[in-house]
Write a protein that binds this ligand. Sequence first.
Ligand SMILES: Nc1nc2c(ncn2[C@@H]2O[C@H](COP(=O)(O)OP(=O)(O)O)[C@@H](O)[C@H]2O)c(=O)[nH]1
Ligand SMILES: [Mg+2]
Length: 224
Amino acid sequence: MIPALNEAGAITGVIAEIRAELPGVDVLVVDDGSTDSTAREAGKAGALVASLPYNLGVGGARRLGYRYGLDGDYDVVVQLDADGQHDPKFVPQMIDALDEGDVVIGARFAGVGEYRVRGPRSWAMSFLSTVLSAVARTRLTDTTSGYRATNRRGTALYAQFFPVEYLGDTVETIVQAVRHDLTVRQVPVAMRPRVAGTPSHSPIRATIYLGRAFSVLVLALIRR
Ligand SMILES: Nc1nc2c(ncn2[C@@H]2O[C@H](COP(=O)(O)OP(=O)(O)O)[C@@H](O)[C@H]2O)c(=O)[nH]1
Ligand SMILES: [Mg+2]
């Protein structure tokens, strides 16, 4: 499941790579009101495309993907980004890890790959990781990663409750899984730079975004 907003420059390559690496899987692109040719390119590349009539945001798009997974009775749903950052070669390891967890995060900063973040953004990310590791009672190094796999239990939860608030799709989903007695695990992955298009956050916005993550985390922890 791939949420996509204006990713015409990258989506074809991402789908081709998934189909080469994981023959036979169904690929769903949730096109969230793109103004470029993302939906058309995705369809040509062989994906199923759900085109939303206007921009719902990453959380709404992902919830749609999980609902599709639940309705279609899929054993596993994998969410990854449309910009080429997530290498599908790690999917088999993530699926193996679903033997021990209901939600598996493809995580940076776990010994594989060269991805580095500096300054306030890095402090914020490590703070979030420390708190969420304690919440989930397992070592989590990359709680904002959008590369994840769920089994049926995880898919069923996220089909029903997937936060659509800003940033809820990363931090709050982990708290939510734990609250519903699901097990969260991670698999180390290497992440790549995006291949085309523009990231949805600049470094400054990313730092602000992580600042807001603290509030989201506190709210998620005190929410019943
Ligand atoms: N459905 C949907 N996807 C989005 C939206 N904004 C970004 N995305 C997608 O979410 C993924 C991650 O976005 P990106 O900008 O790369 O975030 P970053 O990797 O955290 O910098 C990509 O596949 C984007 O196309 C949105 O408003 N709706
Ligand atoms: Mg990205």
